[in-house]
Design a protein around this ligand. Structure first.
Ligand code: FPP
Length: 229
């Protein structure tokens, strides 16, 4: 969800105003996903590296998370959204961590859309924490055992990765999980992202041929998805 800071700067507003507007875009995108019967949405709300931002912005984002939990969870619950907050909670203040835990518990039985709000998340952290768990349990280090202990082990790998804000990099997001995702980069700043922009990305996705290592000829005879690999 990149571009909040630039969106705010263009309007001579503080960066946190862009993040606030970013929450509005996220709310609209969740609704758009539900309307389109998309079953899983994973967003990068705060990266392991975002602690390096100015203290004022970091605490603004922490406060925003607390406010968003209070304001948004009842509506999300009503819409049938199952919430998860993949990431390293050990550095979060205990009140915020308790809020995340409560939101996950409240919405655990919902089935309409799984929303993963990755917070204090890093793809490298995720791989290391999964490997540590696999090792501690004495399990063989296989793709299957790793998959189970990754913090998005409850959902299939993403089909489509969308990055807004014109940057063309992954920035330590779902490194393991995006092995076969289709990438879509948009110049639109996240606060301006809406259902129409989502449709543009989905249209681009529909035009891709997903081969998963096979040839085009094989794919046309027998389509396959990544989870069957
Ligand atoms: C990147 O844009 C965005 C973030 C680091 C924060 C994303 C957070 C939200 C959209 C709000 C939702 C968050 C919660 C707490 C639920 P940037 O700041 O790097 O933008 P820039 O590239 O224009 O500077």
């Amino acid at each position: 969800m990149d571009g909040n800071g630039r969106w705010a700067k263009k309007l001579l507003l503080p960066r946190i105003a862009g993040h606030k507007r970013g929450v509005d875009s996220l709310r609209a995108t969740v609704k758009a996903c539900i309307d389109r019967d998309i079953r899983v949405l994973s967003v990068f709300a705060f990266s392991s590296e975002n602690w390096n931002r100015p203290q004022e912005e970091v605490s603004g984002l922490m406060d925003l998370l607390g406010i968003a939990l209070t304001r948004e969870v009842p509506n999300l619950h009503e819409q049938g959204v199952q919430l998860h907050f993949p990431g390293d909670w050990s550095k979060l203040n205990s009140r915020v961590a308790a809020g995340l835990s409560e939101a996950e518990a409240t919405t655990a039985a919902n089935q309409k859309l799984i929303l993963n709000v990755c917070f204090n998340y890093g793809g490298r952290w995720d791989i290391c924490q999964a490997a540590a768990k696999v090792q501690a349990l004495g399990l063989p280090m296989t793709e299957q055992s790793m998959r189970e202990y990754l913090s998005l082990g409850h959902v299939p790998d993403p089909d489509l990765f969308i990055r807004t804000g014109g940057e063309m990099r992954v920035s330590n997001f779902l490194l393991w999980q995006m092995a076969y995702s289709e990438f879509y980069f948009s110049d639109v700043l996240w606060p301006d992202f809406d259902a129409c922009e989502l449709d543009v990305a989905l249209l681009a996705y529909q035009q891709r041929e997903r081969r998963f290592g096979r040839t085009s000829e094989q794919v046309s005879v027998e389509p396959q998805n990544s989870d069957e690999e």
